[in-house]
Design a protein around this ligand. Structure first.
Ligand code: NOJ
Length: 904
């Protein structure tokens, strides 16, 4: 492309994406939503990194190193070399100053495309443990494996999508439909990964809530020829902060090294070139010190993205997959030479990347280089797969076994996440040894293996055999997968129990015959529901689920077995909530009434139901632990199980038709997703958010609330940070940026060099995004430290409750703290909002005290007019009394108290 063509293309993109009227009207109150045509205000220039104390040393070291880099080297640090141009899913270019090409690799539950790794339980499963310890332990083990494989930047945790729609294809990668839960799990994940020296990536920033219409190439390939841009999540400032940004705050607060901007648009500006979102919220308000990378081909422009705060393009290619036509790379070189990108912006991009590398400790000489290939399993293979075999071969797969004893944490999470939803007639736990049942019958393909092998479908894009992960880039390759069938058989063998099974979901003759064969048998029915990422599909499902139904006729299977077997235990592996209300028509088959007209969940013969989420490789072992009571179930739902999709409210359906050239999705429900919606509309769910039974019982009592600090209505003045390093780089002559003589140029590989080094100054006036300015922007009063204003995290109340195990076996309770805001403030609030949880073990009869800290952020709301977190006051100017509920779910049994507030 010529320079003029590039500028024209950029102008077009800028015009399309940023050329809409500016100014964000903002909504008020939680129910106030976005309106179609909402726009995103300009926020320029991009705040510099290096302004918080904890990073000052790393920025100092980075500045010394970056000062030695040539312009081409700086560009290399910011730009991927192209799809499959290196061992990892993302690889940055090289330098000669000791800063390596970085390996960026998925993903959130295991090192993707690698051998000899652990497939940990998915994010949603980890959330269901409600165990801070296990959240951290999983991330630590995952980080250790990533380091062992030579990964510099791990592309996880995923803290968005949050699950606005229960059908969202990638909800399972994250930690459930509540920002507090998502934030704690995300923050602990960052801490665990980075404690091993690996840079964590919080993704997808932000409001990337459905797969359909997320990416232009997918949209076009699905036949929507008139669509010109990805979906715009139209959202008000308050819901944006209180639901979608909230978990990112927690990740940044933990010292996060990188953020991935999403594919979607927010208020009609692409996530990777939305200056309000990246410059304003992430870098200024949240004080993010690391770097922003694009999602793979999420970047839709060059200069506009860079000015808006994107620091790295991944995998490097341009508007089309593997086109080698980067929007940065040589274009960035040119943009700096012609003055359209200020050189200090490039310096800041590079500093942010290099400082993160120092901050997380990767300058340690023992840090491994990548020792695996994402693209092949032989030891030697093409060095640059994307450039073809002529680019040479090298030794790449060293088969480093990085698993250590990580199966233990994987198994503990898979077991502790299992959520017992129903247990009648003493169905569970099953007895062992001499007391063991004589006969176990197993039904459903979800109990057994995938006949193609555990990794038989690319990126797990099929639903064959037991479901351990969803599909897409958030999946990983099993070193092994213990199926429930295997685990149960092994146990049965030891107990001398007979085991029968029918793994064909539809072979009703055989199913019915087997189910009614032995009176007193225990029947285990395995069913599932799958989803994944939008670039690929399973059984015609293109990412997002189409409904909440169990796959493969699971309802019919359950009802069929339950009609014949008086002890039917249902095990569900699922990406999210499923419909348990399916009733079958009474039908006559083989001369008898097969099915009652009851929702299967209520069927008298369905004696127990376990939601086993997505357990990863330890599926069978963990399930066995719970079935036989080795682990007392302590999982709690990280989402609501409603009685119908409609019950989830207006946010529930996936937008399936674009409705115009740019799909507009209004988040008009504001704060009211999942339980917040059910509570407000007084809809009875089947199982509420936070629900889960145990083999024992707990009682919560004796709430004590102490105020630890007298708050002001707003956080105090924002603290002043430290000065960012200045490099004062000069722009080199363009003649230095040609291809070095003798370089062997690989096809489609992305170099920083120019074919033509003659540079024309950028046109006057350059088509900068509207509102672009180099004058420093007014800083947000809500900022001032990593994660936001430090006062947001001041503890205002401490709450203690006593938890007593009132049953006869040891177990773990999950006391959950929900607040209800005072109702005399004129501000609209959800009935209850989760603001604390702990997991505690207690023996029979034992009482344990549990404490919770409630922070300023926990009792504030985002005031759209003031652009700040604010504690709501009543008409008299007083902080009202907050109701504090600590219970075993969002609407279960518990203990309630009220705060008495002393204010400044
Ligand atoms: C696209 C996905 O959205 C993202 O989550 C992933 O990390 C990249 N592809 C790389 O595989």
């Amino acid at each position: 492309m010529t320079m003029t063509a590039v500028i024209a293309a950029l102008a077009l993109i800028i015009g399309l994406v940023l050329g809409l009227p500016q100014g964000n009207s903002g909504g008020n109150g939680g129910s106030a939503g976005a309106s179609e045509g909402r726009t995103s205000p300009p926020w320029y220039p991009s705040p510099k990194g290096g302004t918080v104390d904890q990073w000052a040393e790393s920025y100092g070291k980075a500045a010394s190193l970056v000062r030695k880099m040539s312009l081409a080297e700086k560009v290399n640090v910011t730009t991927g070399t192209g799809w499959s141009m290196g061992p990892c899913v993302g690889n940055t270019g090289t330098t000669n100053v000791g800063f390596p090409s970085l390996c960026l690799q998925d993903g959130p539950l295991g090192v993707r495309f690698a051998d000899s790794i652990t497939v940990f339980p998915a994010g949603i499963t980890t959330a269901a443990t409600w165990s801070r310890k296990l959240m951290y332990d999983r991330a630590r083990a995952l980080g250790k494996e990533a380091r062992g494989k030579g990964v510099n930047v791990l592309l996880g945790p995923c803290v968005g999508p949050i699950g606005r729609s229960p059908l969202g294809g990638r909800n399972w990668e994250g930690f459930g439909s509540d920002p507090y839960l998502q934030g704690i799990a995300g923050g602990l994940s960052v801490q665990g990964i980075q404690d091993e020296g690996v840079i964590a990536t919080a993704k997808h920033f932000v409001a990337n809530e459905q797969e359909k219409f997320r990416q232009l190439s997918e949209i076009l390939s699905q036949g929507f020829k008139d669509v010109i841009a990805p979906l715009s999540s139209n959202i008000g400032d308050r819901a944006l902060r209180e639901l979608y940004i909230w978990p990112f705050m927690d990740t940044v607060r933990m010292g996060l090294g990188s953020v991935m901007c999403g594919y979607n648009q927010i208020n009609n500006s692409n996530a990777c070139q939305n200056s309000y979102i990246l410059n304003g919220i992430l870098k200024d308000e949240l004080g993010f010190q690391g770097f922003v990378m694009s999602d793979w081909l999420g970047q839709r422009s060059g200069v506009a993205s860079v000015l808006s705060g994107m620091d790295m393009t991944m995998p490097g290619d341009g508007l089309l997959w593997a086109d080698g036509n980067s929007l940065l790379g040589p274009q960035l070189t040119r943009a700096v030479l012609n003055g359209s990108v200020p050189i200090d912006r490039l310096d800041d991009m590079v500093l942010r990347i290099v400082a993160s590398w120092y901050q997380i400790g990767q300058d340690d000489a023992s840090y491994p280089r990548p020792n695996f290939s994402s693209w092949f399993r032989t030891s030697v293979g093409p060095t640059y797969v994307g450039a073809g075999p002529s680019a040479g071969h090298s030794l790449q797969n060293l088969y480093a076994d990085v698993r250590d004893d990580h199966h233990e944490v994987a198994r503990a999470i898979a077991a502790e996440s299992i959520t017992l939803l129903k247990n009648i007639n003493g169905a569970l736990p099953l007895k062992s040894g001499k007391e063991a049942k004589k006969s176990i019958m197993i039904f459903g393909s979800d109990a057994g293996p995938n006949l193609l092998g555990p990794n038989g479908c690319p990126d797990r894009s099929c639903n064959n055999g037991t479901l351990g992960q969803g599909w897409g880039s958030g999946s990983a390759e099993y070193a092994y997968l213990v199926t429930p069938l295997e685990a149960i058989q092994a146990k049965a063998l030891a107990d001398r129990t007979m085991v029968e099974y029918v793994l064909d979901d539809y072979h009703y003759g055989r199913i019915n015959f087997t189910a009614e064969k032995t009176p007193n048998a225990t029947c285990l029915v395995f069913v599932n529901s799958d989803s994944g990422e939008g670039y690929t599909s399973a059984e015609g499902v293109l990412g997002d689920r189409v409904d909440l139904k169990l796959w493969h006729g699971g309802d019919k299977l359950i009802l069929s077995v339950a009609e014949r077997c008086s002890n039917t235990i249902v095990i569900i592996h699922s990406v999210g909530p499923v419909d348990m209300e399916v009733r079958s028509l009474n039908c006559l088959l083989f001369g008898r009434l097969l099915m009652g007209d009851k929702a299967w969940i209520e069927h008298k013969n369905v004696t127990a139901v376990l939601m086993a989420h997505l357990p990863g490789q330890e599926s069978g072992t963990a399930l066995l632990d719970v079935l036989y009571g080795i682990t007392n179930p302590s999982g709690r739902l990280p989402y609501t199980i409603g009685k119908s999709l409609a019950d989830y409210g207006p946010a529930a359906p996936i937008m399936m038709q674009p409705g115009g050239s740019v799909p507009q999705q209004d988040f008009s429900e504001g704060l009211y997703i999942d339980y917040r919606h059910f509570d407000r509309e007084r809809i009875a769910p089947r199982f509420e958010f936070g629900f889960g039974l145990s083999y024992t019982t707990f009682e919560f009592s004796n709430m004590r609330i102490t105020q630890t600090r007298a708050p002001t209505e707003f956080p105090p003045a924002r603290p002043v940070g430290v000065p960012a390093p200045e490099l004062n780089s000069t722009i080199p002559p363009s003649s230095e940026l040609g291809f070095p003589p003798g370089i062997k140029r690989l096809q489609r590989y992305i170099y920083p060099y120019l074919n033509d080094t003659s540079i024309t100054k950028s046109p006057e006036p350059y088509p900068y995004p509207s509102g672009y300015s180099t004058t420093p922007h007014e800083p947000s009063p809500a900022g001032g430290a990593q994660g936001g204003h430090p006062a947001l995290f001041d503890v205002i109340f401490h709450v203690t409750v006593s938890v007593k195990n009132t049953g006869s076996v040891p177990g773990k309770a999950v006391p959950q703290l929900y607040i209800s805001y005072p109702n005399s403030t004129g501000v609209d609030f959800p009935v209850r909002s989760l603001r604390g949880f702990e997991k505690v073990g207690a023996g029979p009869g034992e009482t344990v005290d549990v404490g919770f800290d409630i922070t300023r952020r926990d009792i504030s709301y985002w005031d759209e007019k003031r652009g700040n977190w604010r504690i709501p006051l009543d008409k008299e100017g007083n902080i009202g009394s907050y109701e504090i509920f600590v219970g075993d779910s969002s609407r279960g049994e518990g203990v309630t108290g009220r705060t008495e507030v002393v204010q400044v």
